[in-house]
Structure formats: C-alpha cells, structure tokens
Design a protein around this ligand. Structure first.
Ligand code: HEC
Length: 126
C-alpha cells in the first residue's frame, strides 16, 4: 500500500517536472523573439561566449590571457579556425603546421566542436 503511494508520488513529481520543463523552455523562446535577429550571432556575442568557453575549459593549462603562455599550454591568441578545429576535435595539427610546443599533453574536446567559432572569435578579438 505505502509502496504504491510512493510510486504515485514519484510519478506525480515526474509529471510535474516535465510540465515545469515545458514551461521554462518555452519562456526563453518567446523572450528571444523580441531580440533583433542579428544579435545572437553578432561578433560581440560570439566573443563573450568564446571567453566563457575558454574560461571553463582551457585556463587550467593555458593562460587566462591567451596572449601569454600558460603553466602547461602555450599562448594561443591568434589561432586559426583550422588549428582550433583539428587540435580540439582530433588532437592533431593542420598539415604543415609547426606546433608551438612539442608533445601531445592536451586532451581532445570533441564536445566543443560547436563552440569553435566562438573560441576563434575570442582568440582573435582585438
Ligand atoms: C590539460 C591541459 C590543457 C587544456 C585543458 C587545454 N590545453 Fe591546449 N594545449 C595544452 C598543451 C600542453 C599544448 C601543447 C601541445 C600539446 O602538448 O598538446 C596545447 C596546445 C594548444 C594549441 C596549439 C597551439 C599552437 O599553436 O601550437 C591550441 C590551439 C590549444 N592548445 C587550444 C586549447 C583550447 C582552445 C583549449 C580549451 C578548449 C585548450 N587548449 C585546453 C594543454 C591544454
């Protein structure tokens, strides 16, 4: 009897959560309608997104200021899209590229493939 009540409570909670999810996910969508279509992809939005991706994933090894060398990783300001793509996703270098530091100490970040444009914008910002 109490087991059933427990299951019912869990089910109610799950349904409630699902309903809550639907609500909150529809909110940002309707809010974004009022934002001009150009702004989500504007360069400053990309740069600030790249900055937070960099802060969250790269500064354990690279310098918070990408123009300076980090504890483990070299300075990476000015990195090209191609270099970022190949190094982050495959862990290698574009053909003919001379690495700033030897070795393969850097992990790959395949889950960041969608953030490479943002990282590139940040790493090439004036
Ligand atoms: C665990 C430490 C570590 C983390 C975290 C890390 N890197 Fe690296 N990175 C390195 C090291 C060490 C090198 C030097 C080559 C090697 O050993 O792979 C490097 C090299 C690079 C290079 C090549 C530089 C050149 O021109 O030769 C790029 C580009 C780069 N990292 C970008 C990033 C980005 C972007 C992130 C965050 C998404 C990141 N790295 C996170 C350690 C790290």
């Amino acid at each position: 009897m109490s087991d059933r009540r427990f299951i019912l409570a869990v089910l109610t909670a799950v349904v409630g959560l699902a309903a809550g999810c639907r609500c909150s996910s529809s909110n940002p969508t309707s809010a974004s309608v009022s934002i001009p279509p150009s702004s989500p992809n504007s360069i400053s939005t990309l740069i600030s997104r790249g900055k937070s991706v960099y802060a969250g994933n790269c500064i354990a090894c690279h310098n918070p200021n990408p123009k300076l060398a980090g504890t483990v990783g070299p300075e990476i300001y000015g990195s090209s899209i191609e270099l970022l793509e190949v190094k982050l996703v495959k862990g290698t270098y574009p053909e003919g590229y001379k690495p700033k530091r030897p070795g393969a100490g850097m992990p790959v970040f395949p889950h960041l493939a969608g953030d490479i444009a943002a990282l590139h914008a940040f790493l090439n910002a004036p």
